[in-house]
Ligand binder design. Structure first.
Ligand SMILES: [Zn+2]
Length: 72
């Protein structure tokens, strides 16, 4: 008797999951294209401050980026 193994395509699909536009973590469908409401807020916050209008000359490390947005 042979045991059926899960299709390899499933794994590839998971790996190809799009990343959060803010922090790069796997995004959540509910908050697409972000991983959480917090990242969505961060994006909105940046838009409101016009920071997206600035050309990307500074490219900080994602991990060292500390966004202060605690008041929800
Ligand atoms: Zn995120």
């Amino acid at each position: 008797m042979m045991k059926a193994s899960p299709p390899a395509n499933d794994n590839a699909k998971v790996k190809a999951a799009p990343a959060c536009a803010i922090c790069g973590r796997p995004r959540v469908e509910k908050y697409t294209p972000f991983c959480s409401s917090r990242c969505a807020d961060v994006d909105l916050y940046r838009w409101l401050n016009g920071k997206y209008a600035i050309p990307a000359s500074e490219e900080p490390d994602e991990d060292s980026r500390d966004v202060r947005l605690e008041d929800e």
